[in-house]
Design a protein around this ligand. Structure first.
Ligand code: DQA
Length: 139
């Protein structure tokens, strides 16, 4: 199985960024542990702070990967274009959020990703990604 992980803006700062909300582990460190735990799965990882680059990546992997785990970060709440990109590809998308967006500000309650996603995992800290992988194995 191939899983593409795509992270949006400011997630390159995981480990440093608001650690009380997002934790103190960097994504690179976390990815090593994911790859170790799920050694049969082929992971590729992409992060960008730029909306168009995220769309380009969704289009690039969206016809060849088995699944995409997407944390579009703040673009979740604003990007019609990322929502449209998800509707345009074949690979099912699991929407991931580290924090519980529903217990935060009202503007984080809206998602342009959810209506186009296969499922949503929110609020389990960085482990939301791991739970996303597990949801695909338990089918
Ligand atoms: C986030 C939640 C978003 O509201 C926020 O803008 C992020 C990260 C999360 O993983 O909890 O950057 O997607």
């Amino acid at each position: 199985m191939n899983i593409s992980i795509i992270n949006g803006p400011n997630l390159n700062l995981l480990g440093k960024r608001e650690p009380n909300i997002y934790g103190s582990v960097t994504f690179d460190e976390y990815l090593i542990s994911l790859k170790k735990e799920f050694s049969d799965i082929k992971f590729d990882y992409f992060q960008s702070n730029i909306e168009g680059k995220i769309i380009d990546r969704i289009q690039e992997v969206g016809f060849s990967s088995d699944y995409i785990l997407l944390n579009a970060a703040a673009y979740t709440h604003t990007s019609v274009a990322i929502g449209d990109a998800i509707k345009s590809i074949i690979a099912p998308v699991i929407e991931i959020h580290i924090s519980n967006t529903f217990s935060r500000e009202d503007f984080r309650h809206k998602s342009y990703i959810t209506p186009a996603a296969k499922g949503l995992i929110v609020g389990f800290g960085i482990d939301s990604y791991r739970l996303g992988v597990l949801s695909l194995l338990n089918k």
